[in-house]
Structure formats: C-alpha cells, structure tokens
Design a protein around this ligand. Structure first.
Ligand SMILES: [Fe+2]
Ligand SMILES: [Fe+2]
Length: 263
C-alpha cells in the first residue's frame, strides 16, 4: 500500500499573506504532482489546516481543487479549520459524517487501518485530546489490536524544540494519549501536520512525524527566543510505503529541479 500525505494547504480567498503565499496555485501544482506519480498512491491523506479560516467559501475552493485529484482522499481538520463547516462542505465524504462534535473515524478498506483523530479546539491554535476523544480512540484501537494501523492527527504529540510552535501544540491530553497508544505494537506511525516541515520523534511504542506544507514552510529556528516566520523552502509531501519490514516514509519535494542524471 502506498499513501501520499499532504498537509497545511491553508486555502484562502484573499486575506493576510494570501497574495504572497499563493496557496491555491501551490495546491494545484501538488495535485498535478500526485496525479503523475508512478506508481500512483492508493490514498492521499490531508492532515489538517486545509483552509486558513475554516469558511465555507474556502472549503468550496478546496473541494474544486481536490475534485482534480485522481486518488481517493481522507481529510482531518487542523486548528485553522472548522470541523462542522468542513463536514457540511464535503457531503460526499461519508467518513466525515456523524453526530459527534469531533471528526474522528477508522477506515478498514486497505491493508493498513487508517484512524483519523481531531485535535482541534474551536477558535484556538492549540491542540487538545479530551477524555471523550481518547475514550473513542481506546475503544477503536481495541477493535483491531493486531491490524497494522496508521494514526493521523493535526497537532503532533511531541515537543519539536521550535518553542513558538510548541506553545501552539497539543497542550491538553498528550500524556493521556501516550498512555492509550503505548500497549499497541500495531501502530505503524502517527502522521501529523501543523509544523509545515518534516520532524520525527518516538512516541510510546511507535514514531510520530510531521510533513512539509503544500505551500509555505515554517522556518527552522531552535533558539528559545525565536519568533515565528514562514519561508518558501520547496513545498513537499510524504510517501508512506508499506514494505515487508513496516511503513517506510519518503520525504519528497514539489517543483522542478535539475536532473535526473544517469550514474
Ligand atoms: Fe498550518
Ligand atoms: Fe496548524
């Protein structure tokens, strides 16, 4: 099984930095890149911050763009999203539909079980996994304790060393989350967004990672007093390939670069 992860699309209709970031054009390029991949991924996962403001007009633009994607896609919300508006604007995405205030789901259609978690707090940049969401996760993991499983969530469950982003991290429920997942050896990976760059850390018995954004990246700066900046390092995505020894992750850049040259 081959999964392409994209994240932090930040689609917006005008607004602050819209002209500079060009999120719409970047996502078009990303979709063209994914459609041209050979072998083609079985699935695309988009790990939150799908829009900048969580507005219906932004989700309609996102939907038009994603309609060009020739690969099935699974979405989860990030702190810039509005889960209920996302749900309403993607009625054909049945897995998003439920009476729960949270967008959480498990998909058993592929060799790798996919579990989506909702770490959002309304009108906050921080993340939270409350008792209700963790109880759902515990019950869902218990349903298939042997099945290779991929967890996806927007806020990573680890501190990155980028202090200003850690201040906007999974501040509530992180330790309880680790307690829930620790007994499960079948969790291949926890894939996340929010950081707009690739970072990895062991969490419980598995590895958690973040993914580059499709448009702008967050500047790497580990100074404790660093302020937050974005930049235009090449956008990227990740390819998660289920090999004989487990899930293997390839970091890939989007753009035209010199080469390839034969050895
Ligand atoms: Fe983001
Ligand atoms: Fe975010």
């Amino acid at each position: 099984m081959l999964i392409a992860q994209i994240t932090d699309l930040h689609i917006q209709n005008g607004g602050r930095h819209a002209e500079q970031i060009q999120a719409h054009a970047h996502l078009e390029t990303c979709i063209d890149t994914l459609n041209a991949l050979n072998p083609r991924p079985d699935l695309v996962i988009a790990t939150g911050d799908l829009t900048e403001h969580g507005r219906a007009d932004e989700y309609h633009v996102l939907k038009q763009l994603l309609d060009r994607l020739e690969i099935p896609a699974l979405l989860i919300p990030g702190n810039h999203d509005d889960p209920q508006t996302l749900r309403e604007c993607f009625p054909s995405h049945g897995y998003l539909q439920s009476d729960s205030p949270f967008i959480q789901y498990a998909i058993d259609d592929w060799p790798l079980r996919i579990i989506g978690l909702d770490t959002t707090i309304p009108r906050s940049g921080n993340g939270r996994l409350c008792e209700s969401r963790l109880a759902w996760l515990a019950a869902t993991l218990a349903q298939a304790p042997e099945q290779p499983t991929l967890l996806m969530m927007h806020h990573p469950p680890f501190e990155t060393g980028m202090r200003r982003m850690d201040d906007l991290g999974l501040l509530e429920g992180r330790d309880a989350f680790e307690e829930v997942i620790r007994p499960y050896r079948n969790i291949e990976r926890i894939v996340c967004g929010h950081l707009h760059r690739t970072i990895m850390c062991r969490v419980g018995s598995t590895v958690a990672s973040t993914c580059p954004g499709t448009a702008h990246q967050i500047a790497l700066d580990l100074r404790p007093d660093a302020t937050l900046h974005f930049n235009f390092e090449p956008p990227g995505y990740q390819l998660h390939w289920q090999g004989p020894h487990g899930l293997v992750t390839h970091h890939a850049l989007i753009g035209d670069f010199p080469g390839p040259y034969p050895f």
